[in-house]
Design a binder for this molecule. Structure first.
Ligand code: MN
Length: 721
């Protein structure tokens, strides 16, 4: 377990960095970041009595363990200057560039969140927000290292604070580290958590391990010698290490009721070889000499764990009759096992490493988003880690493509889920499925190890709506809905075209006049559309009224009366966007924005949408703009507050009378300011779009009711754009 280094220096950090970063420019940026942070933190002390800079140095040092790139190391050195030294993100950006500024900003945002989860739902929310807010996966990696160093120095805090921090780490951060496969940091975090949450058991295990250490070391050394000789005889290049089991994993096994002496992997070896073939050959050689314990063999090479872990595991009776747990893997697999998602840094792949990692994170952390939908009532947060493991390992199946590629799916998935996971086109054109050489229905439930072939046809009319009733993955659902949205879009365009040509006939305007190139271009730009199809589409879906189009085309003069009225309307206060309005379960200090499409007001049923790198946007639950976005939605509640919020309503009136004055006076009677309005006239009716400022939904409904009572008003509705 790694320890806090209180005498860490920049020289020592640089020596470590130089073992894998050689570019002089990159090294000088790290050095510059250090000097900058040193100066800004100068004079600040940590509770440990050390200079503050020792903390960011340690965070950066932890990150060198996973070969973090220079931007991540620099951001780690700078990670507390915005929060603690009144430095702006802009200043970081002008000194260190956009990428480093984004990382520092991200860590600062996450650190500002006050985590106070006591129920599973709250904990879920917090994990979801951390993941959702992180525009760049490196933000999460820095956060993990930051937390590890804070755990390493947790001894200075009160026992209560120690327990709270350890609980939060175990509930929220280690599952994220696990999912990203960053074992080297995860194991240290878990170990510190156990030490503070359960000190008695922790030190009990440490003591027992110490008592048996000499004996274990001797046994392991003998076994290593024996296996090594055997492999050399077969010309397999290898390295063998005695491996100590983490205290936390021993604790978990003891907790499950095993006895200390029963935990065989106390005696454990790890064999590193050069190729995958060597792995299997090594296994065969070992099994031929040492009898394997039945049912203990696992092939994580052919079936990698969800966090990319690959290795062969076996347990054999060793030279002295004792059980040894042996892991066999290549050097590359070993790196992935330790670094997880961060192993991309070491591979120096072509293309953007950042994009690859980001992409992978989206996949790996899908789970945290999806679990929200399970809506499992689980009162006891202590069970959370177990649930996570259960969900990952029991609710996941692995199936194969005919070419042998492994596809990971949630339990209960169907050939359609499989098809969309392979490619959108395969899903959209799927007509049948063959599983292990048998034709199966499309709603067939796949099992692990199934070999799945999807039959596609270019003549397929596309997915069937019925599929939505049986697919399991959000991915497939989203893709199927996207297909129909596209079809709808085409239908709307056609409908819009019809509406327009009917109106042109009615108003006796010729197509040649209307579509005059210059004039039509001008019309589109005035209506803020980029193309004719966009205009038709918006007409067809009802987002713009034909009256508005014709008014703009005919350039109707605004009546004098309207001009006077519009002057009389007071411009009111700016839209407030403070988070005192909204409570995001368990989280303080998160940026809140009220959606401008549906303009929620106090009392509306609302839902939050997590925006990357920003915060949470609040929509009405009925808003179609969020109906397809389950993954990023979270629960929110209104706080009680006093103040007015803007919202839009649409009033239709019969055209003969000008009812504006009546409407405005109704608003005035209700003490509701009108911020602006637009009216569209036509022969049949007038449509008035107005923005009003209301205290709450009740007041709004009363106003709408009052307006409805005006004889010439035919309809009042709330507008969603
Ligand atoms: Mn920090």
């Amino acid at each position: 377990m790694s320890k806090h280094q209180k005498d860490l220096t920049i020289e020592k950090l640089m020596d470590k960095v130089k073992t894998y970063i050689t570019d002089n420019e990159e090294l000088s940026i790290i050095d510059k970041a250090y000097k900058y942070a040193y100066e800004k933190h100068f004079g600040q002390k940590r509770l440990t009595g050390e200079d503050y800079i020792i903390h960011p140095l340690n965070v950066a040092y932890i990150l060198t363990r996973i070969n973090a790139d220079y931007e991540t190391i620099s951001a780690a050195l700078l990670h507390d200057v915005v929060e603690d030294c009144n430095v702006s993100v802009e200043e970081i950006e002008s000194n260190f560039g956009h990428n480093i500024a984004v990382l520092v900003d991200g860590v600062t945002k996450i650190n500002k969140l006050k985590m106070s989860g006591t129920t599973e739902a709250l904990i879920n929310n917090q994990r979801k927000i951390i993941v959702g807010l992180s525009e760049d996966v490196r933000v999460i990696i820095i956060k993990l290292a930051d937390r590890l160093n804070n755990m390493q120095t947790l001894f200075v805090h009160s026992e209560k604070k120690q327990k709270v921090t350890a609980r939060e780490t175990l509930d929220i951060l280690t599952p994220i580290a696990d999912r990203l496969g960053i074992n080297s940091i995860k194991q240290d975090l878990e170990e510190y958590c156990l030490r503070y949450l359960n000190p008695e058991e922790y030190y009990d295990i440490v003591e027992k391990l110490n008592a048996t250490k000499t004996q274990r070391d001797n046994s392991v050394a003998k076994m290593i010698e024996s296996v090594s000789e055997l492999l050399s005889k077969h010309d397999i290049k290898h390295e063998i290490f005695g491996r100590s089991k983490s205290i936390y994993s021993i604790y978990k096994k003891l907790e499950k009721g095993k006895r200390f002496s029963e935990i065989y992997d106390l005696l454990a070896l790890r064999i590193l070889v050069e190729t995958e073939q060597d792995c299997y050959q090594t296994l065969g050689i070992i099994h031929s000499k040492f009898r394997p314990k039945p049912k203990r063999f696992k092939d994580y090479i052919a079936m990698p764990k969800t966090n990319m872990y690959q290795s062969l595991h076996t347990t054999v009776f060793g030279i002295d009759g004792q059980l040894y747990e042996i892991q066999i893997r290549t050097y590359d697999m070993d790196r992935v096992a330790e670094y997880g998602i961060a192993s991309h840094w070491s591979y120096k792949e072509k293309g953007s490493v950042k994009a690859t990692m980001q992409n992978e994170m989206e996949q790996k952390l899908q789970f945290f988003r999806a679990i929200m939908d399970l809506k499992k009532e689980q009162e006891n947060p202590e069970e959370f880690v177990n649930t996570v493991k259960k969900e990952i390992f029991q609710n996941t199946i692995y199936v194969f493509t005919p070419l042998g590629d492994v596809i990971e799916l949630p339990n209960g998935s169907t050939p359609i889920d499989f098809a969309y996971k392979v490619h959108t086109n395969v899903g959209d054109k799927a007509t049948g499925a063959i599983v292990n050489s048998n034709m199966v229905p499309l709603d067939y439930k796949l099992k692990s190890d199934d070999i799945v072939k999807i039959i596609t046809s270019n003549n397929s009319a596309g997915p069937s709506r019925e599929w939505l009733s049986f697919v399991q993955t959000t991915h497939a659902k989203t893709k199927i809905k996207a297909f129909f949205n596209k079809v709808n879009k085409e239908e709307n365009i056609k409908k819009g075209e019809d509406i327009l040509s009917k109106e042109l006939r009615k108003q006796k305007i010729s197509n040649d006049d209307f579509y005059d190139v210059e004039r039509f271009k001008k019309l589109l730009s005035e209506l803020k559309f980029n193309s004719a199809n966009e205009l038709y589409g918006n007409l067809g879906s009802g987002k713009i009224l034909i009256n508005a189009v014709m008014d703009t085309y005919l350039k109707k003069e605004v009546s004098k009366e309207e001009k006077i009225l519009s002057k009389a309307i007071k411009g009111s206060q700016k839209q407030s966007s403070s988070n005192s309005l909204i409570d995001v379960a368990g989280i303080d200090d998160i940026k809140i924005n009220l959606a401008s499409c549906c303009n929620p007001v106090l009392g509306d049923r609302i839902v939050g949408y997590i925006t990357k790198g920003y915060g949470v946007t609040i929509h009405r639950m009925v808003c179609p703009n969020v109906s397809n976005l389950n993954e990023r939605l979270i629960e929110v509640k209104w706080n009680n507050f006093e103040g007015k919020l803007p919202t839009n309503i649409l009033v239709r009136t019969s055209s003969d009378n000008n009812s504006l004055i009546n409407i405005i006076s109704k608003a005035a009677n209700n003490d509701i300011p009108v911020r602006k309005f637009n009216s569209h006239h036509s022969k049949e009716d007038d449509a008035i779009e107005m923005t009003v400022l209301v205290n709450n939904k009740e007041q709004l409904l009363k106003l709408m009711n009052d307006i409805k009572m005006i004889p010439e008003v035919t309809d009042v509705e709330r507008l969603i754009k």
